[in-house]
Write a protein that binds this ligand. Structure first.
Ligand code: HEM
Length: 456
């Protein structure tokens, strides 16, 4: 089906580590990139185990084991890892993203349906609006290099802000400020797990801890101000659904600090991921002119503006987005802690032990993918995609905790590509290669400066 491997260029990835990671290297790696810890054999193994002081860490790297743990035994493995909880709590508090059990279930039931595909029509104008604003900014910057990570982070934050607070309260400057505060928070929070792995208490002050708390306070302050600007009952449907959600006994489900938590979570989960995917996608298209031409041909046929029902024919464009998320899954690690003693294959787990599914590895596993490191969007065209074994591809996660905004994100990203590529052309600057870097999410270290030009 595909070209011989030797003919295929390989998009940037870290050189595999020379040997399997020891606890010390994982610890030191806490200051660096998770992806560079994996040796060549990690792309072929089924399960890998690491002993931390007092804890076991299993990396599940086989589709049946992943399904068994994340779907069939969800009850035992529904709780996020302690690292995830600690890294995100300063910004998103006890929000459903890092909660579990009854609290997660009732909040997911309140918020999930608001992001359902049947509700997409109401978000579509916001996708178009934010994409057009971004295209305008880029056209003004052309011809020249533009740092796309930050531009997409602000534009996708703008979408979720408009969806939550509406035109009157959500200003563009606020979206840019929020996006850069999220980036600064991530950079500061990423090193916190080093403390955790050493067994030091989370309250112990560290320079990163202080900086992370400062950024978190700025983010929550901004959200508090925006919320105060939308009187009860006057907000867009998404905000009102969150504010008005009730328990069976009629009491409000999400209010006060919990409201700020869920809003911060929606802003973070809903923007960072889509922004990273769009950033990598534009890079991959700029580096693969034949794929870019096919996407351009598809988007050229859309009506102007491309309405909510117009995206169906973008078959190759969707395949490109899926391939971009295969090679650079924005959430590259899904981690959980065991809530009860259990057994996975030959390993006995105790409560508190960690299990991980690493989409970065599974998406590039030699047993499940042909030319695993090459950019081949054709593998996601409908007929080929049907042949791909289940649970080998999970950019949106899996099981009951699967992404609640997957349909929102897919539609949003198609609209952005359509609007941007109809007006602009992107090129990789001479000698530039992005470096994938992963701690909380996978993004290009140092950003993605591409050259942009207005199409004639
Ligand atoms: C390219 C776009 C996106 C990607 C790749 C993505 C990926 C993910 C992944 C992998 C998870 C599960 C994490 C885990 O199991 O540990 C998740 C959860 C979630 N995502 Fe997304 N996401 C995207 C867009 C969005 C958008 C646009 C929204 C909302 C507007 C959203 C809302 C959520 C929520 C609420 C959860 C928590 C679900 C739960 O725990 O029950 N996501 N996302």
């Amino acid at each position: 089906m595909h070209a011989p491997a030797a003919a295929l260029p390989i998009p940037p990835m870290p050189a595999p580590a020379a040997r399997p990671p020891s606890f010390l290297r994982v610890l030191l790696g806490g200051r660096g990139d998770l992806l560079s810890l994996f040796p060549e054999e990690a792309y072929r193994r089924q399960v890998m185990s690491f002993r931390m002081p007092g804890r076991l860490l299993l990396v599940l790297n086989h589709p049946q084991v992943v399904r068994e743990v994340f779907v069939a035994r969800h009850e035992t493995y529904q709780r996020k890892s302690r690292f995830m909880e600690q890294a995100l709590a300063p910004v998103i508090g006890d929000s459903l993203f890092i909660n579990h059990g009854a609290v997660w279930a009732e909040r997911r039931a309140a918020i999930g349906p608001e992001l359902h595909p049947s509700r997409l029509d109401r978000f579509h104008p916001l996708f178009l609006r934010a994409a057009a604003e971004m295209a305008e900014d880029l056209a003004r910057a052309a011809p020249g290099p533009v740092e796309l990570s930050a531009a997409f982070a602000a534009a996708t934050a703008r979408v979720v802000m408009l969806a939550l607070f509406g035109e009157a309260a959500a200003r563009r400057e606020d979206a840019a400020a929020l996006a850069s505060a999220f980036t600064a928070y991530q950079a500061a929070a990423e090193n916190l797990d080093l403390f955790h792995m050493l067994g030091l208490p989370a309250w112990l002050p560290s320079p990163q801890g202080r900086a992370a708390r400062r950024h978190a306070a700025a983010i929550r302050g901004l959200i508090g101000r925006l919320l105060a600007g939308v009187p009860p009952g006057a907000g867009p449907p998404l905000l009102e659904a969150v504010r008005e959600a009730r328990r069976g006994d009629g009491t409000r489900l999400i209010e006060g600090a919990a409201l700020v938590n869920e809003i911060a979570m929606l802003l973070l989960a809903g923007s960072e991921t889509a922004a990273n995917t769009l950033t990598w996608t534009l890079y991959l298209l700029a580096a693969h002119p034949e794929a870019e031409r096919r996407v351009r041909d598809e988007v050229a046929l859309l009506p102007e503006p491309p309405g909510p029902d117009a995206l169906g024919p973008l078959v190759f464009t969707r395949a490109v987005l899926q391939e971009a998320m295969r090679l650079y899954p924005p959430v590259a690690v899904l981690s959980r802690q065991a809530l009860a003693a259990d057994r996975i294959r030959r390993w006995s787990l105790r409560p508190g032990d960690t299990v991980m599914c690493v989409p970065w590895l599974l998406h590039r596993h030699a047993a499940w993918w042909e030319h695993p490191h090459a950019f081949l969007p054709e593998r996601f065209l409908p007929e080929a995609a049907r042949r791909q074994p289940k649970f080998t591809y999970m950019p949106f996660g899996l099981g009951p905790r699967v992404c609640a905004g997957a349909a929102f994100g897919m539609a949003e990203m198609q609209v952005f590509l359509a609007v941007l590529l109809r007006r602009l052309a992107f090129a990789v600057p001479e000698g530039f290669a992005p470096r994938p870097f992963c701690r909380l999410t996978l993004r290009p270290a140092g950003g993605m400066p591409l050259r942009v030009a207005v199409r004639g």
